[in-house]
Design a protein around this ligand. Sequence first.
Ligand SMILES: Nc1ncnc2c1ncn2[C@@H]1O[C@H](COP(=O)(O)OP(=O)(O)OP(=O)(O)O)[C@@H](O)[C@H]1O
Ligand SMILES: [Mg+2]
Length: 364
Amino acid sequence: MKAGGPAPARVRLEKVGKRFGAHLALRAIDLDVEPGECVVLLGPSGCGKTTLLRLLAGLESPDEGSLYISDRRINDLPPAERDVAMVFQNYALYPHFSVFDNVAFPLRARRVPEADIATRVKEAARRLELEALLDRKPAQLSGGQQQRVALARAIVRNPGVYLMDEPLSNLDAQLRVQTRGELKRLQHELGTTTLYVTHDQGEAMTMGTRVAVLRQGTLEQVGSPLELYRRPANRFVATFLGSPAMNLWPGTLAGDGLVRAAGGELAVAPPRRAALAGAGGFEVGVRPEDVALSPTPGAGRGTARVVVVEPMGNETIVVLDAQGVRVVARGPADLPAQPGGTLFFSVTTDRVLYFDAATGRRID
Ligand SMILES: Nc1ncnc2c1ncn2[C@@H]1O[C@H](COP(=O)(O)OP(=O)(O)OP(=O)(O)O)[C@@H](O)[C@H]1O
Ligand SMILES: [Mg+2]
């Protein structure tokens, strides 16, 4: 629970649509964010993530649908009355203000008494380890420190909702991983409802209680990170989450309860086989960690030529060519593989997914 503040808010979007001229930026978005939950909006560049946050912040208005914060319809409410704090991609700090004054800004704008401001700014600074930097100007701070100032400015108001737009995107890889851990702890401690935007699937998986995947203005799927990973609704979600991406191989039904793909064979149970027979065509989805490599041939194993070997230190990523089908596998660090060599592969069948070749939907 949040210390001393109002209860965390619920956020709800109902059939929300937004267009910019002829461009449909968001289409019939339904989303329900529970009080205290952190929902990550994930999707490629231009899919509408920032637009969705800006609609909630009141910086844009929707063309269709309703936005609610704690059961209050906010479509026509001015930004200052929405009880949300937004952290922008570029921090948007005031360059001439000290760190203290930057953090104090939203409180002064609301005419909070100066004595309270001092207490609250110091509390936010303590949480984000900025106490020693309060007199500096933003230009005298590192990127990571500036980012923490932007976060302090958001938390100092104790709002009902945080809207965070790729808050870590300007940080280098190491600082990013460290800061996202701290951010997750902070979100948990404060218990504030959060919508968090990223296009980094790793960040989405670690930050979100649930992840909402957007594609070209449409919400493709909402679920826990593991649900999305294990049971993606369609090919887009399946390939967007996970690195390296899931393999997709054209599949055909073979005799004796078998599916043939990438030159190998997989066992399928009768109900699954019936569903596959009903589809116009299907693809077999296999995560790279579910491809087992072997130096020797065996029953059902596919044969492939090694194209690329990428030693990662803790594992080896191998790209193979199985009669023209690309196969990506994660193998052990000491995998004896050389480009041009031959390897044999099999897949963990209980983890295999199937997708309708025409619609992209997962076939159960
Ligand atoms: N003010 C605007 N006028 C016209 N088109 C806009 C405007 N704002 C956004 N768009 C368009 O709407 C779409 C969604 O933009 P948005 O900024 O929400 O994408 P995003 O998912 O945040 O992308 P990124 O990951 O690159 O930040 C894009 O095609 C963008 O060009
Ligand atoms: Mg954006």
